[in-house]
Design a protein around this ligand. Structure first.
Ligand code: NDP
Length: 446
C-alpha cells in the first residue's frame, strides 16, 4: 500500500483546494510546500496587490473629499505603514490556509518535493514517499528577460517588500501586473513610466476600453513608451538606475519592475525524467481531466498555463479531487470566465469582445454607454466610464460585457451570471434600473 493516496506538490490556490477536497472524500493526502502556504495569490499576488490598490485609491478620494465638504488639512502617505499592515494580513491568511489543511487532516510537509517516479516523490531531506496519484500545482514565476543588469530590476515578487517608495519607477510590460502597479505607484506619488514592446496594452481586452485606460492614465500623469525594449540596466554611483533603451530615449529611474509575463514552475521537478510532456511555453500538458501524459500524475493551475487566474486554478483542483477521489467526475468550463484589471480606474470583462464577436458571429450589435459617474462630476474629476454590451444579432444573446470605471469588477461579477446564462438583450431591457447607480447603465443601453 502507498504512503498516501494523493501527494500534492505546491500549497497554492489549486493545490490546497485539491488536497482539502480529496481529504474530505476520505483520501490520505500530503502537500509539500517549499515556501509559504497560500501560493502566489495569497502571499505575493492578488491579495496583497488588492490591498495596495485600496491603499492607493485614498490619494484620489482624499483629493475629491473637498468638494464633498471635507476639510483634509494635510495628507502624507507612509509606505512602510501600508507595507507592514499588508504583510501582517498576508501572515494571517497564511495561517488560515494552514489551519484549513490541518482541519481536513492533510499532512503539510514544509520541504521542496520532486518527482522520483510515477508514484513516488523525493523530499529535500532525502526521504522518499509513495503515492497512488501525484498532483503538480507549483504555479508560475515572473519571467525576467536575459539582459545585462537585469539583476538590478525587481518583479512582483519583491515589490511588496520595498524598503522605501521609489521616487521614479519604470515598469516593463503592458499586461495585468504592469497596469495595476502603474496605477498603484502613480497614486502613491511615484513618477511612473510604462514601457511596452508594442503599442498594444492588455492584449485580449476590448480595444475601446484599453484606449480609455491609456487616455485616463496619461491624464493622471503616467508616461508611456511604446514599441520600446530594454537593452541593458546600469546602477549609477548615486544608487539610481539607468535603463539603456531600444526604441526610445534612455530612462533614468530609481526602480525598474519587470512585469512581462509569468513562466510555469517546472524546473528541477523531475518531470521530463518520468515522461511528463511539456508544451512550448514550458507548461505541463494536460487533458480535460488535468491528467498529464503519465496516467498517475496530474497538474492544475498556472503550471498548466490554461488561464492564469486563481478561481480557475481552484476549480481545476476541485474538479480533479471530486473526479479522482469523490466518484463525481466533472470538468472545468472555461467559457465566459470573468476577468478584471485592478488599474485606476479598473477594467473588467466577460465573454467576447467586439472584435472577437465580429470575427466569429454573423450580425453583431454593439451598445455602449459613455458617461461621467455622478461622484466624478461633483468632484470635478474629468474621468469617464465606458460600458459595452456585445450582442449576437441573430439570437439577441448578450455574448460579452466590457467595462472601465469605478467598481467595474464588482459590477461585472454579477453581470457575468447573465452572460453565462445566455440571457438576451431583451432580458436586460426588461430589468428595471437601480437608481442612482453606475450599474444601471447596463439595463439602460438602447
Ligand atoms: P501579461 O501576460 O498580462 O502581460 C505581459 C506583458 O508583457 C504583455 O504586455 C506582453 O506583451 C509583454 N511581454 C511578454 N514577453 C515580453 C518580452 N519578452 N519582452 C517584453 N515584453 C514582453 O503578464 P503579467 O506578468 O502582467 O501577468 C501574468 C498573468 O498573471 C496574467 O496573464 C494574468 O493571467 C495573471 N494576473 C491576473 C491579475 C488579475 O486577475 N487582476 C493580476 C495580475 C496577474 P505582448 O502583449 O506583446 O505579448
Amino acid at each position: 500500500m502507498s504512503d498516501y493516496d494523493l501527494f500534492v506538490i505546491g500549497a497554492g490556490s489549486g493545490g490546497v483546494r485539491a488536497a482539502r477536497i480529496a481529504a474530505s472524500h476520505g483520501a490520505r493526502v500530503a502537500v509539500a510546500e517549499e515556501f509559504r502556504v497560500g501560493g502566489t495569490c495569497v502571499i505575493r499576488g492578488c491579495v496583497p496587490k488588492k490591498l495596495l490598490v485600496y491603499g492607493a485609491h485614498f490619494a484620489e478620494d482624499l483629493n475629491d473629499a473637498a468638494m464633498f465638504g471635507w476639510d483634509v488639512p494635510e495628507k502624507r502617505f507612509d509606505w512602510a505603514v501600508l507595507r507592514d499592515n499588508v504583510a501582517a494580513e498576508v501572515d494571517r491568511l497564511e495561517g488560515a490556509y494552514g489551519q484549513t489543511l490541518s482541519t481536513h487532516k492533510v499532512e503539510l510537509i514544509h520541504e521542496r518535493a520532486t518527482i522520483a517516479s510515477p508514484t513516488s516523490v523525493r523530499l529535500a531531506s532525502g526521504r522518499e514517499v509513495s503515492a497512488d496519484k501525484i498532483l503538480v500545482a507549483t504555479g508560475a514565476r515572473p519571467f525576467v528577460p536575459d539582459l545585462p543588469g537585469a539583476e538590478h530590476a525587481i518583479t512582483s515578487n519583491e515589490v511588496f517588500g520595498l524598503e522605501s517608495l521609489p521616487r521614479r519607477i519604470v515598469i516593463a510590460g503592458g499586461g495585468y501586473i504592469a497596469n495595476e502597479f502603474a496605477g498603484i505607484f502613480n497614486e502613491f506619488g511615484s513618477k511612473v513610466t510604462l514601457v511596452n514592446r508594442t503599442d498594444v496594452l492588455l492584449r485580449g481586452y476590448d480595444e475601446q476600453l484599453r484606449d480609455r485606460l491609456v487616455q485616463i492614465s496619461l491624464t493622471k500623469g503616467i508616461d508611456f513608451r511604446f514599441n520600446s525594449q530594454f537593452s541593458s540596466i546600469e546602477r549609477q554611483a548615486d544608487g539610481s538606475l539607468l535603463a539603456k533603451m531600444d526604441g526610445c530615449d534612455d530612462l533614468a529611474t530609481d526602480a525598474i519592475l519587470f512585469a512581462v509575463g509569468r513562466k510555469p514552475n517546472v524546473d528541477g521537478l523531475g518531470l521530463a525524467e518520468v515522461g511528463v510532456a511539456l508544451g512550448e511555453r514550458g507548461e505541463i500538458k494536460v487533458d480535460t481531466q488535468s491528467r498529464t501524459s503519465v496516467p498517475s500524475i496530474f497538474a492544475v493551475g498556472d503550471v498548466t498555463d490554461r488561464i492564469q487566474l486563481t478561481p480557475v486554478a481552484i476549480r481545476e483542483g476541485h474538479a480533479f479531487a471530486d473526479s479522482e477521489f469523490g466518484g463525481k467526475p466533472w470538468t472545468v468550463d472555461y467559457d465566459c470566465v470573468p476577468h478584471a484589471v485592478f488599474s485606476h480606474p479598473p477594467l473588467a470583462g466577460v465573454g467576447m469582445t467586439e472584435g472577437q464577436a465580429r470575427n466569429t458571429l454573423g450580425e453583431v450589435k454593439i451598445f455602449t454607454s459613455d458617461f461621467r459617474p455622478m461622484k466624478n462630476v461633483l468632484a470635478g474629476r474629468n474621468e469617464r466610464s465606458l460600458y459595452k454590451l456585445v450582442v449576437d444579432g441573430a439570437t439577441d444573446e448578450v455574448v460579452g460585457i466590457h467595462m472601465i470605471g469605478p467598481d467595474a469588477p464588482e459590477i461585472l461579477q454579477a453581470a457575468a451570471v447573465a452572460v453565462k446564462a445566455r440571457l438576451k438583450k431583451a432580458d436586460f431591457d426588461r430589468t428595471v434600473a437601480l437608481h442612482p447607480s453606475m450599474a444601471e447603465e447596463l439595463v439602460l443601453m438602447r
